[in-house]
Design a protein around this ligand. Structure first.
Ligand code: AHR
Length: 504
């Protein structure tokens, strides 16, 4: 008999709303994310702006709501003015972050046109590495001011009459990291971020501003960085960022599958720090989290090696990780963690969207295909609706080298009170044992029906999609799912992610 786990769902116990911004992603001028990724003028599906329609179709199917742009490490050396105006007059520039050349064929206007086509809310980052308050203000004037001044009229002269009115702005990127161009101490950054935020709000008081938190919870300054930066900027900003990447290290699959334990702790630590600063400063409002970079990333693999010396390639193949089924299970479980914290995580970005540690891959001028990680993201973005419910979870546990004893089951549920749709997302993190999951649904009423149970798993969890075969392992109907007497039962195979949908 498989070990059994149990959940109880009750519509009275709500964590918070499902936010479309939780299903954000990230487009950086890095490798082939932009050039030959979203933008490939020679491609048979490219539109008049050079954007691939086949990629846009998959972006929509993925269910992405927001996209962060243009970096990442790239933004800390970026001059946004290089990317506007007639394309043939734009300068080619060294991209120091990724030892590449940026031809600047795509800039802010092209990106905004792509967002409109892909039905995406933009999230813009300003350069606080090599630049500062003035350049951030100039960009904001270009994007958000109606007209009658230099940069606003410049935008209009480039064919965009109406301001873009971009709401979400990141004040720099990973400024705590010594690898960052223009890296700063917490005090230096906090001061610059505060002054930038202050001035940006003079242009547009409705902005939502994200201050840089830590680039990982293993940074030596983690915790103290947030405390210092928030103490200085608390009244000027709305969100603090968090970034986390996970990988299977030294063959320790059990720990890797439990990566969401680390993400849970990360989120809860940043919330505790933000609330401490709130208490000390006697502040009214709460600062929430923008988890604006998260994913599985095999940083030690060759795919992450950047060029050297005199070689400054355009759109090199960088960070083109190939994901397997276990990676997809981890991506699904990280989304469970983000949803579970929807009261304090108000925005998140899967890093990145196309080709670079991405769910969507392209061949230059050729095919587009889905990686394994596409599936849990797309199904969660589609079916997580309404409100996130607390799940009273009881589960067998198993031990892991990194996180000690962890529950084998991880799960979250959502309920849309208007449509009656209930969705359960569940992961079995055991590498060996199936789990018999029972879910008490009595509090949701007697007329619930089982709509669909899909499970993503494979006997060989190392299977990866390729351009030639991206479909032989897909989420499959889970025939074990039953609903009787207000109890849902379903068997979850080891190393699996599942989505069970009910209708009331
Ligand atoms: O997403 C890849 C890189 O990871 C980003 O440029 C940077 O912000 C992070 O370190």
């Amino acid at each position: 008999m498989p070990a059994s786990a149990h959940l109880t769902l009750d519509p009275a116990f709500v964590v918070g709303p499902v936010r479309r911004r939780t299903f954000g992603s990230f487009v950086e001028h890095l490798g082939r994310c932009v050039y030959t990724g979203i933008h490939d003028p020679g491609h048979p599906t490219a539109d008049a702006d050079g954007f691939r329609q086949d990629v846009i179709d998959l972006v929509k199917e993925l269910g992405v709501g927001t996209v962060r742009y243009p970096g990442g490490n790239f933004v800390s050396g970026y001059r946004w003015e290089d990317g506007i105006g007639p394309v043939e007059q734009r300068p080619r520039r060294l991209d120091l972050a990724w030892h590449s050349t940026d031809p600047n064929t795509v800039g802010v206007d092209e990106f905004m046109r792509w967002c409109a086509k892909a039905d995406i809310e933009p999230m813009m980052a300003v350069n606080l590495g090599t630049r500062g308050v003035q350049e951030a203000l100039d960009l904001l004037e270009y994007t958000n001011v109606v007209g009658g001044t230099h940069f606003a009229d410049l935008r209009r002269s480039h064919g965009q009459e109406e301001p873009y009115r971009i709401r979400m702005w990141c004040l720099g990127n990973e400024m705590d990291g010594p690898w960052q161009i223009g890296h700063k101490t917490a005090e230096e950054y906090a001061r610059l971020a505060k002054e930038t935020a202050n001035a940006m709000r003079m242009v547009d008081p409705d902005l939502e501003l994200v201050v840089c938190g830590s680039s990982s919870s293993s940074m030596p300054t983690f915790g103290s960085w947030e405390a210092t930066v928030l103490a200085e900027t608390y009244e000027n900003i709305d969100y603090v960022s968090a970034h986390a990447y996970y990988q299977e290290k030294d063959g320790d699959l059990a720990s890797f599958l439990a990566s969401a334990v680390d993400m849970d702790r990360f989120i809860e630590s940043v919330v505790a720090t933000a609330d401490h600063v709130r208490a000390v400063g006697r502040h009214e409002k709460r600062i929430n989290i923008s988890f604006d970079e998260w994913n599985v990333w095999y940083q030690d693999r060759v795919a992450s090696d950047i060029a050297k010396g005199d070689d400054w390639p355009v759109a090199p193949r960088l960070l083109e990780d190939r994901y397997n089924v276990a990676d997809a299970v981890v991506v699904g479980s990280l989304l469970i963690s983000l949803l579970r914290h929807t009261d304090r995580v108000h925005s998140a970005s899967l890093a990145q969207l196309v080709n670079v540690i991405a769910p969507i891959m392209t061949e230059p001028g050729g095919r587009v295909w889905k990686q394994t990680t596409f599936h849990p993201f797309s199904l969660t973005a589609t079916h997580a609706q309404g409100e996130v419910l607390q799940v009273a979870l009881s589960s067998p546990t198993h031990s892991t080298a990194r996180f000690g004893e962890v529950t084998s089951l991880d799960a979250v549920a959502t309920r849309d009170a208007e449509t009656g749709a209930v969705s359960l997302f569940a992961v079995n993190r055991s590498t060996t044992e199936p789990l018999e999951l029972q879910v008490s649904l009595a509090a949701l009423g007697g007329n619930l029906e089982l709509v669909e149970a899909l499970t993503y798993a494979n006997d060989d969890h190392t299977w990866s999609a390729t351009a030639d075969d991206s479909e032989s392992v897909l989420p499959e109907p889970n025939g074990s799912a039953r609903l009787a007497d207000g109890v849902l039962s379903v068997t979850l195979p080891p190393i699996s992610w599942s989505c069970v949908r009910l209708q009331g």
